[in-house]
Structure formats: C-alpha cells, structure tokens
Write a protein that binds this ligand. Structure first.
Ligand SMILES: Cc1cc2nc3c(=O)[nH]c(=O)nc-3n(C[C@H](O)[C@H](O)[C@H](O)COP(=O)(O)OP(=O)(O)OC[C@H]3O[C@@H](n4cnc5c(N)ncnc54)[C@H](O)[C@@H]3O)c2cc1C
Length: 416
C-alpha cells in the first residue's frame, strides 16, 4: 500500500477514534464517519478497565463442560436466544475449536503483544487530550468463594504467569483489609496491580473526540453503506450523505463491521456478545479496586460516576431488544457479595462487544484490497487495546518496515 496522505475511519467508538488519533499524529488528513458520533456505543457504558494483564483467551481446554451449566442457570453468565442459534453456529463451533492447547498458546502470545504496550500507547494520548489524571492505577481483585476454587482456575493463572503478570494471593483477612465491603461469602482473592480504571469511559471517548475535532479532524454523522472499489483498490466510502474518498479507509465499526468487510469478499466470524450493567450513583460503599467475581463472572467497577455492576455474555444478534433482567440478576449477585451496596436509582445499559471466536481483534490491512484496513473485534478488551490498536495500525500503514507483525490479527485468518 502506498503511504496514505488521507484516511477515512468508519466508527467513532474508542477504537475508531484511537485509529484517527494515531493517523492524525503522523500527518494523515483524517475524516471520521459515524452514523451517530455522540450517541450511545459500546465504548461508553463498559466497565472502564484497562485490563492489561488479560492475555488469557476466552475459549479454554475443558470449558465446554461448564457451558450447559451456565446456559441453564438464570443467574448464569451466558445466554443464547434460541432464534439466534442458526446464525451463531459457525462462530460457536470455531470458538470451541480454539480451546485446543496450541491455539490457546498462540492467542495468549498475540494478546500479550498488544497488552504489553497498552500504557506506553495510552499515556501520551491521555496527556495530550487532558484526561491523564482520570485513569487511575487502582488494580483489580479477582474474588473467589474459596482457595479450592482458585486452584481450579490454575490454567488461566499459568498463562498470566508465563507472560510475566505479577499477582498476589490474598487470604480472607488480607482480602477484607483491602476491600472491606466484601461480605463473608467470599474468602479468597488475587490482586492484579496492573489493572487501571478509567474514571468514566463515556467522558474519555468524548474528550478524545473533542480533541480530534479541535485539531482539525472532521467527524461527520452519516451511515457508511458500502466500500467504493476501483479495480484492486478501495477508494472510499459510500454513505447516506454521499461518497467520501481517501487513500485508505479503516473499518472500525465495532460489532457492525462485518457487513462492510463482507461486501468486499472478506468475511469474518464476528458476533455481538451483548453485555449488561447498572451504574449506581449512590452505592453506599467505597471500593478501592476493580472487583471481578470469578465463579459468577461479573465485575464491579469504581467509577467517578458511581459503582458499575456488569457482565454477562448474551448472544442474540445486533437488533434484538435488550433483556434488562440480566442487569437485575447481576445487581442481585452484587448485593449478595457486597451486602452494604445500595442498589437503588441504578441506570441500566446494554452494549455490543464485538467478539471473534479466537478472542483476537481484526487489525491490519485488508488481504485483498489496497487502500483498506480493519480495526474491530476487540470483544472484552476494546477499551484496553484501543490506543495500541490505533498505533499499531498507523505504524503498519505508514512505516511497514519497522512496524509490529500484525499477521496474527489479519482478517485473512477467516478465509484460509
Ligand atoms: C458490559 C461491557 C463491559 C465492558 N468492559 C470493558 C472493560 O472494562 N475494558 C475493556 O477494555 N473493554 C470492555 N468492554 C469492551 C469494550 O467496551 C469494547 O470492546 C469497545 O468499546 C469496542 O469499541 P469499538 O470502537 O470497536 O466499538 P463501538 O464503541 O461500538 O463503536 C462502533 C461505532 O461504529 C459506528 N457504526 C457502526 N456501523 C456503522 C456504519 N455502518 N456507519 C457509520 N457508523 C457505524 C457506531 O455508531 C459506533 O459509534 C466491555 C463491553 C461491555 C459490553
């Protein structure tokens, strides 16, 4: 691909804006297109964690035996709407296939390659946009019912250890000393100091968007309908408000991205893994860390706007109505383990995690087309990996000789 002087980024979520930022810093004239640039998106309502140590793939050996139990438990972490099963099947089979040991090793390495540079890529950007003091080094505590359950998750801790992630085991006394709000049902914890917490993800996205505009990046409210092709090149984007042309087009439209890639013959397995939460403005407890409840698989995040209780993986497609019973269930679980939590006045939310079956994003140039690149599919780690994804993409487009090898994230892996 010839060095691009102009770029269009489709998607003004955290990933698209970070791509715009990294390209803009390198002197590229950037235009961002989003059908609703300031409206709700996955990047707004998430748990706000920079989960730097999370190089553990979602699909793990032996996990298949837990799936039926999760599915039948109404308070469980996983649900699939029956009407969505036929569409989900190829993704699901691929997901299960990725639990093989050699796949797990390959995925963990590729996740670590991104996560190991998260702070180096985030911090200068946060300082530039004036958000540096609002991402805090609080760390995370993974909370277990007991030590025996912690031992059952040995394979995931072995992966973190392999990649040099420091963690500290907390007996009951230490756990409660660090987080006094945790009730008696939980007796063991693991502290992961690397985690950082964004004060308010929506405010961070707004700060970045506003900074980009102040620097001359154009952001237009329009729906990207198709990629415009000429011979072997993508030359721009056809939208509801006319055509936009540029040297390179970047598809960063989160869970909606595959519609555009598919139109140009680059299919991928991408599902909306819907997540739910409730933000409690007056929680009545003071949390010092992000809390992850290991067996029940949900998170409680201390944000500046309150305590956010969230999680769940629901596969129901992009257009099905939210089932806020899931937010209620998560809140009931949180109350069970944090007895003093005031669950009144909560604001419920549902968002679409853009998830691939191998837990890796789709990041890098198109395999088939000049002038086209992708940055989507970050699933549970989109906030964590956004700044690095933007930088890696800009490096590969503008300085391919010295850039990181992005082959593990290529869209080509779905079309081999
Ligand atoms: C409950 C929950 C908790 C989470 N917690 C965390 C966390 O703690 N840490 C973490 O790292 N990640 C977390 N995530 C994941 C993270 O939020 C996502 O991976 C990330 O926000 C995805 O960002 P994005 O920019 O790819 O997508 P989005 O934020 O969804 O943005 C996509 C944008 O594309 C636009 N768009 C789509 N199609 C078109 C089109 N055709 N034309 C124009 N515009 C279009 C949309 O309007 C949207 O603005 C969580 C997710 C959920 C649901």
């Amino acid at each position: 691909m010839a060095t691009p002087k102009s770029a269009i980024v489709v998607g003004a979520g955290m990933v698209g804006l970070c791509c715009a930022y990294a390209l803009h810093l390198r002197g590229v004239k950037v235009t961002v297109l989003d059908r609703d640039p300031v409206g709700d998106k996955t990047s707004y309502g998430n748990a706000g964690a920079l989960a730097i140590s999370e190089c553990v793939p979602h699909s793990l050996p032996g996990q298949i035996w837990s799936i039926p139990k999760w599915l039948i438990d109404p308070m469980g972490p996983l649900s699939i709407r029956p009407a969505h099963i036929p569409q989900l099947m190829p993704w699901l089979l691929s997901y299960l296939g990725h639990s093989r040991k050699n796949n797990v090793a390959h995925i963990a390495k590729a996740l670590h390659a991104i996560n190991s540079r998260v702070s180096a890529d985030y911090d200068p950007m946060l300082a530039n946009i004036g958000y540096g003091d609002k991402v805090r080094d609080k760390g995370c505590i993974r909370v277990y019912d007991n030590y025996e359950n912690f031992k059952l998750s040995a394979q995931e801790w072995a992966i973190r250890k392999q990649y040099g992630q420091h963690y500290e085991l907390l007996g009951e006394e230490d756990l409660r000393a660090m987080e006094p709000s945790i009730g008696k049902a939980k007796t063991f914890g693991v502290f992961q100091p690397q985690w950082r917490i964004i004060d308010d993800p929506k405010a961070l996205v707004a700060s970045l968007r506003e900074w980009l505009v102040s620097q001359g990046v154009a952001i237009f409210a329009t729906n990207a309908e198709a990629l415009i092709t000429q011979e072997k090149h993508v030359v721009g984007i056809k939208t509801s408000n006319g055509d936009y042309v540029a040297d390179v087009s970047v598809v960063a439209a989160g869970a909606w991205s595959k519609k555009l890639s598919k139109q140009v013959g680059e299919s991928c397995l991408l599902e909306s893994e819907r997540g739910y939460n409730t933000t409690l403005p007056y929680p009545n407890i003071q949390l010092n860390h992000e809390l992850l409840f290991a067996e029940q698989m949900f998170a409680v995040s201390p944000l500046s706007i309150g305590v956010r209780v969230g999680g769940a993986s629901e596969f129901a497609g992009l257009s099905a109505a939210p089932n806020f019973k899931r937010s209620d269930n998560l809140l009931a679980l949180a109350k069970r383990f944090l007895p003093e939590l005031d669950t009144q006045n909560g604001q419920q939310w549902m968002g679409h995690r853009p998830s691939t079956p191998d837990s890796l994003p789709v990041l890098g140039p198109s395999v088939k087309w000049q002038g086209l690149a992708y940055a989507f599919g970050h699933a549970h780690l989109g906030m964590t990996q956004a700044a690095t994804s933007g930088q890696m993409l800009a490096e590969v487009l503008l300085d391919p000789e010295t850039s990181t090898d992005l082959s593990a994230y290529s869209i080509g892996r779905f079309n081999e």
